[in-house]
Design a protein around this ligand. Structure first.
Ligand code: HMG
Length: 390
């Protein structure tokens, strides 16, 4: 029995900052961002947007299409949690009016938790083949103003339905994974911005890739030539290219820029204009590949590398299913990305510095442009959400 991705839907904030605006404010050359790290825009969540609204908005098209009726497991992957106790997915479960017979839990391991959720969901479906699991990867990537990581900020969510006989991608059983206790990127509970040892983090990302690949290759007997495309965790698009170059070099394969583009470029298009989405980043890449590749990818094997600082890396793979294009939300994604609003530098800083009130009072938040749901206020420390659709 094949198990894998049955549906995949992506959502990001309505607002973004063009990195040429940030470059000007930080007195660096725009090309450092556009070319050096390979990023053009960063998605910025409005004050009435958070991981719950991003996640619910990503899953909304699935709900509208009646795809959530058989879901009995909701796994919410995030490192931008809004509560130390209650799982963010339970708010989403309510907003999407999902059946009460459904397990719901939040998972954390930096950017890796989305992949952990997918693998757990596959186990659930193996045991309950008529049921489905909904994985939501939702994050807001924040670094300190003026820090090296600032230009890699972003936000977004990916909702992924896992089922038997999936319509989009069957996930192969082989997986290579690697855990190592390192301090490359972390965010203590008392901080709202991540701390990062930037250069070190890129080295650990690659080390975990090489270790994960080694196991995967041994278990599966496959070589790099067995893949038609690769999707990497994308903190910034240049990272994915550098990682693939290293993987090729380690396997004694020469790869030129044109070959690299053919294997990776389609998967980098969305991330280049949304920024890091942490737990969802690799799945934003997969959505970008599925939506924008001109070539029919049917029966092609895709290599997937997920990385979460701290750290865990995992290399796994999947095969694209016949008819997959009929089940994508490509038009919706294109529409959303084409109709966003650009922020000025001052608007960006104002939103960045906007903090959720913590005094237990009653607050109604101003309405910005969001998706179908918004974070409308806070009352006695309880977050309130509003549905903007019937
Ligand atoms: P930096 O140190 O300011 O940048 O920030 P730099 O000086 O190394 O420059 C970057 C590149 O731009 C260099 O190219 C420059 O040469 C080039 P490279 O040497 O790397 O090939 N450059 C230019 N190119 C063209 N025209 C120019 C120009 N000027 C310079 N004018 C750094 C880079 C990665 C440190 C920073 O972005 C950062 O700290 N990012 C956050 C951490 C990160 O993303 N790490 C990635 C791996 S860890 C990970 O992926 C996990 C994560 O997602 C978190 C999680 O798991 O939850 C982050």
């Amino acid at each position: 029995m094949n198990i894998g991705i049955d549906k995949i839907s992506f959502y990001t904030s309505h607002y973004y900052v063009d990195l040429k605006t940030l470059a000007e404010a930080r007195s660096v050359e725009t090309d450092k961002y556009y070319i050096g790290i390979g990023q053009e825009k960063m998605g910025i969540p409005a004050p009435d947007e958070d991981v719950v609204t991003l996640g619910a908005s990503a899953a909304y098209p699935l709900m509208k299409d009646g795809e959530l009726d058989d879901v009995e497991l909701l796994l919410f992957a995030t490192e931008s949690g809004i509560d130390q106790s209650k799982a963010a997915g339970i708010y989403v479960h309510g907003l999407l009016e999902m059946p009460s017979r459904c397990r719901s839990v939040e998972l954390k391991q930096a950017c890796y938790s989305g992949t952990a959720a997918i693998q757990l969901a596959i186990g659930f479906v193996a045991r309950n083949p008529t049921k489905k699991a909904l994985v939501i990867c939702s994050d807001v990537a924040r670094y300190e103003l003026g820090s090296p990581g600032e230009a890699t900020q972003g936000c977004g969510s990916v909702a992924i339905l896992i089922s038997a006989n999936p319509r989009i991608m069957a996930i192969d059983p082989e997986s290579g994974y690697h855990t190592e206790d390192v301090m490359d990127f972390w965010r203590p509970n008392y901080r709202s911005e991540a701390l990062v040892d930037g250069k070190y983090s890129t080295m650990v990302y690659i080390h975990a890739l090489l270790e994960s690949w080694k196991q995967y290759a041994e278990l599966s007997g496959r070589s790099l030539a067995d893949f038609n495309r690769f999707c990497y965790h994308i903190p910034f698009t240049k990272m994915a290219e550098k990682a693939h170059q290293k993987l090729c070099r380690k396997n004694k394969i020469a790869i030129d820029q044109e070959q690299m583009q053919a294997l990776l470029e389609e998967s980098l298009r969305y991330s280049r204009i949304t920024g890091n989405c942490y737990s969802g980043s690799m799945y934003v890449g997969l959505t970008s590949l599925l939506d924008t590749a001109e070539e029919d990818l049917t029966d092609q094997r895709i290599g997937l590398y997920s990385y979460g600082s701290g750290c865990v890396g995992e290399f796994f793979s999947g095969v694209i299913q016949p008819g997959y294009r009929d089940h994508l939300y490509a038009d919706q994604h294109r529409n959303m990305l084409e109709n966003r609003s650009e922020l000025t530098y001052q608007q960006y800083e104002d939103i960045f510095n906007y903090g959720v009130p913590t005094d237990g009072g009653e607050y109604v938040f101003p309405q910005y442009k969001t998706g179908p749901y918004r974070f409308s206020g806070i009352s006695q420390h309880k977050r309130e959400y509003e549905s903007l659709v019937d």
